[in-house]
Write a protein that binds this ligand. Sequence first.
Ligand code: ATP
Ligand code: MG
Length: 102
Amino acid sequence: MATPLLHIDQLTVRFGAAEVVRQVSLDIHPGEKLALVGESGSGKTVMAQAVLRLNREVNYQGRIELDGVGDVLSLSERALRGVRGRDAAMIFQEPMTALNPL
Ligand SMILES: Nc1ncnc2c1ncn2[C@@H]1O[C@H](COP(=O)(O)OP(=O)(O)OP(=O)(O)O)[C@@H](O)[C@H]1O
Ligand SMILES: [Mg+2]
């Protein structure tokens, strides 16, 4: 199969001693959609934020490869600023503030 647009390999995310995402792996190929389902607090948002490294006070382990960008977890902050909004973007959780209703 072709290179995935997003390849996450054994992603673990910790806030201090709290491990909130544990060894998650997934691929998204061109044309695919992926829905992540889980109870509140199970780490869906933290995992999505990892793709753009939006959380600062956090420790990441694993690999997150974006097609054409490489391993997000080893990019410089400067390089990341060029990726956010161009190669990957996030619509935040509160639709009435994240999506302008007008
Ligand atoms: N900045 C942070 N510092 C410490 N812990 C955090 C931080 N952000 C999230 N967490 C913790 O990480 C865990 C996962 O939270 P997350 O927001 O990813 O859950 P979720 O699956 O998106 O939940 P929901 O369905 O309510 O949106 C929770 O235990 C949360 O308290
Ligand atoms: Mg959430």
